[in-house]
Ligand binder design. Structure first.
Ligand code: THU
Length: 130
């Protein structure tokens, strides 16, 4: 399943709309039923209105009835690892356990695996509001 998720993120990457940054990102979420949901970054001439690939994949998962993120692959080109931005770490946190794996990829394959907890330690989540 890891291979399929990585491939899905890489395959969707060229569909990203990133005319301003030229930095395309693809994301593929595996939900609790094993279904895959895709997202890409969608930029906007009014820069702050643009959205990240992870946000798109989360929206697709929720719209399809998915409840939990079992795993996510994020793909972006370049020398640096394309780790989710701070805001997206928090977005993922809403629907994922601390040990959820984040597969960081470039356009050729998997580069590094992080857990959500590693990237967002001591996080604030839904349980904080109980
Ligand atoms: N981007 C994502 O899609 N996900 C991230 O986690 C990091 C950044 C996008 C936003 C923007 O369109 C471009 O990458 C450059 O920041």
């Amino acid at each position: 399943m890891t291979d399929a998720l990585v491939k899905a993120a890489i395959d969707i990457l060229p569909k990203a709309y990133a005319p301003y940054s030229q930095f395309q990102v693809g994301a593929a979420i595996q939900d609790e039923e094993g279904r895959i949901h895709l997202g890409v970054n969608v930029e906007n001439a009014a820069y702050p209105v643009g959205s990240c690939a992870e946000a798109g994949a989360i929206a697709a998962m929720i719209a399809a009835g998915g409840k939990q993120i079992a795993c996510i692959a994020v793909a972006g080109r370049g020398a640096e690892l394309c780790t989710p931005c701070g805001g997206c770490r928090q977005r993922l946190r809403e629907f994922a356990a601390p040990d959820m794996e984040i597969l960081v990829c470039d356009d050729k394959g998997l580069r590094k695996i992080f857990t959500l907890e590693t990237l967002l330690p001591h996080s604030f989540g839904p349980n904080n509001l109980d």
